[in-house]
Ligand binder design. Structure first.
Ligand code: NAD
Length: 497
């Protein structure tokens, strides 16, 4: 157990600060370690092994060796391991939530909420493991039989972001391990410990050595380790969640080896409020979505479009409800909004607010960094509401990833759709209206992979998750589509004599 943790875990074995390669807990080959910071106070709270490309071969070869056996394991046994993993994660929910809070900054209740959401995936994919099916085609000749079989693709590499370090892993690993693949995770430098804790519980759940491995690395070490993992010839699948910028780099690397790749990328999601909507309900959903993890979810509402007649009233409801937020360290009992996870997000938020002001936007509340002011050593930013936002502002063109909400005005439905679609991204879109015809039209006309209708909660284990346009390709979660991302289809043709 690592010394001097800032919290007292009920299960001290859960905190792991070594890499997991082929079932062995080891230091990196370089022997170097990197610092992990608590965003709530900006201080180092633990260190992790700084893995480099020198660690890649051992991890991939062990995962490949494990795959030779694991691919033949009966799907029922894989499902049983997933369910055992699920049960162990549930048992350790409070400790895991503490780790997530110290890594990401989010309030404990939100970390627990992330775990509950994430556990949907282990449960779901345990069910999916046994339901993979091939097909039998109607043959084109009497003595011909044509059919397809599904097989796991091989070693999968997961490159994951820091914002939902448990959910991102279970959504990917649930599908991969159910399919019969083995997986190596490269966590974000900000959040290695939640992934390592999950790996420890995977071992306890009965997954064989090498089925699930973790190679942490520092911010500086990230590009080289990621590239060496993606390029390794024994790696057959890469699943990436993160920014569009890095997603494009990963796609290029994968294209060299023609590797199957899933990309879950940036959002910049629109949220439309029509004048016939239940404004209280729309505001409640919007605030739950937007203030979650201080605005750092890919599917968060980045651009809020409000119809002319209700604009001022809606802005007033949002401001009133936002006043109730308590900003503080995620581990403190009363906190309802934590810091952002990295200091990089503070600078981006500050630049977006300044740009909005310069271009005529009005900061109705917040607007400033709290970081460095009295009582706020961590990476805090004031919950911020901007009205009068326009399409030429940075806040319209880039994801914010901070607690800054921008309100845009629209007049007609056509105008709302045009503005909502005026982005290279297409992850999620949301709208609130009571008009059933409009509900259907918007579903067809908005360019996004996921559509929330009178809800700000459009993601669950049973829903296919994924974007279009520059928000990426491939689906995670949902029936059939997600597990297929980790499988190949073989077509068999038989001639009967
Ligand atoms: P990021 O792209 O910086 O990092 C994502 C992963 O890639 C991390 O593991 C990181 O260490 C690694 N990485 C960073 N630079 C790399 C490089 N040059 N080469 C290879 N790997 C590299 O993203 P982030 O800041 O961790 O996360 C925020 C972004 O992720 C936002 O854009 C958000 O919208 C997106 N996101 C998308 C989803 C989704 O499902 N669509 C979910 C969560 C986050």
């Amino acid at each position: 157990m690592a010394p001097n943790l800032p919290f007292k875990p009920n299960n001290p074995d859960l905190f792991r600060d070594k890499a997991l390669v082929g079932g062995e807990w080891i230091e990196s080959k370089s022997g170097k370690r990197f610092d992990v910071y608590d965003p709530g106070n900006g201080k180092v709270w633990a260190t992790a092994p700084d893995c480099t490309p020198d660690d890649t071969d051992a991890a991939v070869e062990a995962a490949h060796e494990a795959f030779q056996t694991y691919k033949r394991v009966n799907p029922k046994t894989r499902a049983q391991c997933l369910l055992k993993w699920d049960a162990l994660i549930r048992e350790n929910r409070d400790d895991l939530a503490q780790i997530v809070t110290y890594e990401t900054g989010k309030p404990i209740a939100e970390s627990q909420g992330e775990l509950d959401y994430a556990l949907g995936f282990t449960w779901w994919f345990a069910g999916e493991a046994e339901r993979v099916q091939g097909t039998i085609q109607t043959p084109s000749a009497p003595n011909r039989r044509v059919f397809t079989v599904k097989q796991p693709i091989g070693v999968a590499v997961a490159l994951v972001p820091w914002n939902f370090p448990i959910a991102m892993i279970l959504r990917k690993a649930g599908a991969a391990l159910a399919a019969g693949c083995t997986m190596i995770v490269k966590p974000s430098p900000e959040t290695p410990f939640s992934v390592l804790a999950l790996a420890y519980l995977a071992e306890q759940a009965g997954f064989a050595k090498g089925v699930f491995s973790v190679l942490p690395t520092s911010l500086d070490g990230t590009p080289a380790l990621s590239e060496s993992l993606c390029r390794h010839p024994l790696v057959k699948k890469v699943t990436f969640t993160g920014s569009t910028r890095v997603g494009k780099l990963v796609a290029k690397i994968c294209s060299d080896g023609l590797k199957k790749c899933t990309l879950e990328l940036g959002g910049n999601c629109p949220f439309l409020v029509f004048d016939d909507a239940d404004l209280e309900q729309a505001a409640t959903h919007l605030l739950a979505l937007k203030w979650r993890h201080a605005g750092q979810a890919c599917i968060t509402a980045n651009r809020v479009y409000v119809q002319k007649g209700v604009y001022d009233k809606f802005a007033g409801i949002l401001a009133e409800k936002t006043k109730a937020l308590v900003v503080g360290h995620g581990a403190e009992k009363n906190t309802t909004m934590g810091p952002v996870t990295t200091p990089r997000s503070l600078d981006k938020a500050e630049a977006q607010v300044a740009d909005a002001q310069k271009n005529g936007g009005k900061v109705v509340m917040g607007g400033k960094k709290l970081h460095g002011t009295k009582g706020y050593d961590g990476y805090f930013f004031e919950p911020t509401l901007i009205t009068g936002a326009k399409g030429n502002m940075l806040i319209a063109q880039e994801e914010t990833f901070a607690p800054v909400m921008a309100l845009f005005e629209f007049d007609t439905e056509d105008e709302a759709v045009e503005k909502a679609n005026d982005t290279s991204m297409g992850l999620a879109s949301y709208y609130f209206t009571k008009n059933i015809d409009r509900t259907w039209r918007l579903l067809e006309n908005l360019e996004a992979g996921m559509i929330g209708m009178n809800t700000g909660n459009a993601s669950a284990a049973e829903s296919p998750f994924g974007g279009i346009k520059e928000s990426g390709y491939g689906k995670e979660s949902g029936k059939d589509v997600a597990i297929q991302e980790y499988m190949i289809t073989k077509t068999g043709t038989l001639t009967l004599s």
